[in-house]
Design a protein around this ligand. Structure first.
Ligand code: HAM
Length: 406
């Protein structure tokens, strides 16, 4: 709600500004989908699917799920509407609420807000760099600086299976508890994400995907890095990065902010080679990101940066007297028609109360109109910062207000 909502909107829209300039068109996704879409798309063995989904039966006894993320829904829509048969890549962006049954804490909500983009159908390292650079520029455009981009490659289906076996061999050689062994069986990469110190210590020497990349996956990754270098997008390679969703292949990344405590991931994404085929479409690759709007707002707060203007209006109308009130209502309407943000003192408040309200509104100028001014065809234009006031012609208010802009 105001005033925080102004910041929220500025962040949400600001994060996608560069995406618009790069040709990403908006897609409005359903809030819920068939449960099977997320189970297959995101992966049964992920926490998101196995522990965090809001799943229920609808009145027709179909299992539906509140969307925990956007990529699977975008892919479903692209396949269903045949966009993958048109011009490639399909470039789409989305924004809205997502739902995960996580333990709520600062920066972790059960209804979270994301913006995201997906570029589907072309496997080109330059596109990986574009997607990453759009996120980077989105953050920087808001004034955020205290974050880092972590990057790795998760390989492709020519090298990932071998690596998985290697990692499992390593993990089965460790003295792990039964639950962790089971995780090593189902989703060995996730064991590298275990936060418990003794497990961390044991897995410190685990084999890393980056050392097992196939020639083509390695060439792809090197090309992405080359593009990012030329774009001046700074990154650190994090070969132990583990994402919470299973569809990633090749380039995978996360934006991390240090001012947020444990919920430090402000955005993340990567390439997904197998997702479209897994969901019944063609075997086309895609890449995208999701950025947490709530966390980006928190990160800006941690840096003492505001993305939104805190003023509710630019002009505040102060009518004194009945005739002046009637004229002020019309004047405000005309100024709004000319694109100027105006609010008025309603309720017949006196000069003192109205000027207080003018100051609180954040307006730059007040228009003080008495019945006598009205008879003379003028209105007082008061600069609310300097306190200076001068009469201007009622017929010239719009031009005069615009002229006071810096
Ligand atoms: P994700 O990393 O699961 O990726 O989520 C993206 C971002 O959403 C996170 O970096 C975080 O900022 C925010 N987020 C996630 N969970 C919460 C929560 N409980 N509370 C607040 N913020 C949260 C995805 O969702 C992928 N679909 C991104 C993607 C798009 N990959 C490829 N294309």
């Amino acid at each position: 709600m105001p005033p925080a909502s102004a910041e929220f909107l500025a962040v949400r829209d600001g994060l996608l500004r560069t995406a618009r300039l790069a040709g990403y068109g908006h897609i409005e996704l359903p809030i819920f989908e068939d449960t099977a879409l997320f189970a297959r798309g995101v992966g049964e063995s992920t926490d998101v699917v196995s522990k965090e989904m809001y799943t229920f039966a609808d009145r027709g006894d179909r299992s539906v799920t509140l969307r925990p993320e956007g990529t699977a829904g975008v892919m479903r829509a692209v396949i269903e509407h045949g966009l993958d048969r048109g011009q490639l890549p399909v470039k789409l962006s989305y924004a809205g609420p997502f739902f995960r049954y996580e333990r709520p804490q600062a920066g972790r909500y059960r209804q979270l807000q994301q913006v995201g983009i997906e570029a589907i159908g072309v496997d080109d390292p330059a596109l990986d760099a574009e997607v990453i650079a759009i996120a980077d520029q989105g953050f920087r455009g808001l004034g955020l600086t205290g974050f880092r981009l972590e990057l790795t490659s998760l390989g492709d289906d020519t090298c990932r299976p071998q690596y998985r076996e290697r990692l499992q061999e390593f993990l089965f050689g460790l003295d792990l508890d039964e639950e962790t062994r089971e995780r090593a069986r189902l989703n060995p990469l996730r064991v590298l994400d275990d936060k418990r110190p003794h497990v961390k210590e044991m897995t410190a020497g685990a084999p890393l995907m980056l050392d097992y990349l196939s020639d083509s996956a390695k060439a792809h990754f090197d090309e992405v890095l080359g593009h990012l270098d030329r774009l001046g997008v700074e990154y650190v390679i994090n070969p132990r990065m583990v994402r919470g969703l299973d569809y990633y292949t090749k380039t995978t990344f996360e934006f991390v902010h240090d001012g947020l405590g444990s919920q430090s991931g402000i955005g993340g994404g990567g390439r997904y080679d197998g997702l479209m085929a897994e969901l019944g479409g063609q075997a086309l690759s895609g890449i995208g990101f999701g950025i947490g709007v709530d966390r980006t707002v928190l990160a800006l707060g941690a840096e003492n940066v505001t993305a939104a203007s805190l003023s509710r209006c630019e002009v505040y109308g102060v009518p004194l007297g009945q005739a002046a009130r009637e004229r002020m209502v019309v004047l405000a309407h005309e100024l709004r028609g000319a694109g100027i943000a105006v609010d008025i003192a309603y309720g017949g408040r006196g000069l003192k109360g109205s000027m207080k309200a003018a100051d609180k509104s954040g307006a730059r100028v007040a228009l003080v109109l008495g019945d006598r001014d009205l008879a003379e065809g003028v209105v007082g234009l008061k600069d609310l910062r300097t306190g200076e006031q001068r009469p201007i012609l009622l017929t010239a208010v719009c031009d005069e207000v615009v002229a006071t802009r810096e």
